[in-house]
Design a protein around this ligand. Structure first.
Ligand SMILES: *Cc1c(COP(=O)(O)O)cnc(C)c1O
Length: 368
């Protein structure tokens, strides 16, 4: 058995997609990039489909091809299309592709010339994120090239989309600015009689807080895995269920006197005579070293802060002078019976996205 057990509740993913669907009239694209945020691409995708995800979204083209290879026949959208990517394979696999520039579209069209199917393309607009997408300034050129290719039957322009910079801060002024830019881009396409099947802008935060910006399709990621992207005004976590749990176990319990320095550098010193518990997982297993003296774990229903530095394969907790904890007890780092990914993110100065991607990476190693 490995040092950390990372488990995923796929029923929670199905339930979360249902919950998201109940909050919108738009279709749901479950974002399963990065191995489904560490939850396992194929299994998470299956669970999301079971919850009613009409679309799956991935960043990297190989992920789209992996979903097809696993038998998924629904709509799949991938957005990090670049010149190095096997366009032919993606088009043949009937994957919807994002296009951010006339150059990339040109290469796609060149490939499409000797294929029998025309690729389905979503034009990506940089409405203010400053990442992927064509600027509004360059959009008319791209529209011209795209329309010409469509007239020759070489592409089908089915979508227009963009991504928000500050959706996790509802009320941030850039959200409305980006939405206005997006609407302006849509108007430019409509003026050319380009018939858009799907217009999409919303990530999880926008899906849960801005119903007016759902357009035809929403693209939630983190919420699919049960992690609320913003504070819920009703403090109900929007009815989402966290899907990932991370556990380890106590391998040693021992009594020590007051004043005992704990772990490298003695950054924790026992304030009284107490009992230490040694947990067999460290930064080599994915436990964030920055969680030393900050992050908490749960054992037998009680929270304990990590005492001192996280080592390569182990860390220590101070169990207190009169503990019932025994060797072999389960230690919950993240789970319904313990801290959340958000708790770990707060303790280690990052975001819960990185926490689940990191721990999820361990799942892979185990199953490989
Ligand atoms: C990651 C990503 C999403 C999903 O974002 P969440 O904040 O996880 O909901 C949606 N769209 C794009 C383009 C993304 O990169």
């Amino acid at each position: 058995m490995s040092a950390l057990q990372v488990s995923v509740d796929y029923d929670a993913i199905t339930a979360n997609v249902r919950t998201l669907r109940s909050r919108t009239d738009a279709d749901v694209m479950a974002v399963v990039k990065a191995d489904a945020y560490g939850h396992g691409l194929v299994e998470a995708a299956r669970a999301a489909r079971a919850g009613g995800a009409a679309w799956l979204g991935v960043a990297q083209p190989h992920e789209a091809l992996a979903l097809r290879a696993a038998g998924d026949t629904g709509r799949i959208f991938t957005w990090l299309y670049g010149t190095e990517v096997p366009a032919r394979a993606l088009i043949a696999a009937d994957v919807d592709l994002s296009v951010s520039s006339a150059d990339v579209l040109g290469e796609m069209v060149a490939v499409a010339r000797d294929l029998t199917v025309a690729p389905r393309v979503h034009l990506c607009i940089d409405t203010g994120l400053g990442r992927e997408g064509v600027t509004l300034h360059d959009l008319p050129d791209l529209l011209g090239v795209a329309q010409a290719a469509q007239d020759q039957g070489l592409v089908r322009i089915v979508g227009m989309w963009s991504h928000l910079a500050w959706a996790d801060q509802p009320g941030h002024p850039t959200i409305d600015v980006q939405a206005e830019n997006f609407r302006a881009a849509i108007v430019l396409a409509e003026e050319r009689d380009i018939d858009l099947e799907v217009r999409h802008l919303a990530n999880s935060a926008c899906t849960l807080t801005r119903a007016d910006l759902h357009f035809d399709l929403v693209r939630p990621g983190i919420a699919v895995y049960g992690l609320p992207p913003v504070e819920d005004p009703e403090r109900q976590n929007f009815g989402l269920r966290p899907a990932m749990a991370v556990r380890s176990s106590v391998v040693l319990v021992k009594d020590v006197p007051a004043g005992q320095g704990v772990s490298y550098g003695h950054e924790y010193v026992t304030p009284y005579r107490t009992t230490l518990g040694l947990v067999s997982a460290g930064y080599a297993d994915g436990v964030f070293r920055s969680g030393g003296n900050r992050a908490e774990v749960q054992i037998r229903g009680r929270r304990y802060r990590i005492a001192g530095r996280v080592c390569m394969d182990q860390f220590v907790v101070d169990l207190g002078p009169a503990t019932e904890v025994c060797e072999g007890d389960t230690v919950t780092l993240i789970g319904p019976d313990g801290p959340t990914a958000r708790d770990w993110a707060t303790a280690t100065d990052t975001i819960d996205y990185e926490i689940v991607c990191r721990f999820g990476g361990l799942r892979d190693k185990e199953s490989a």
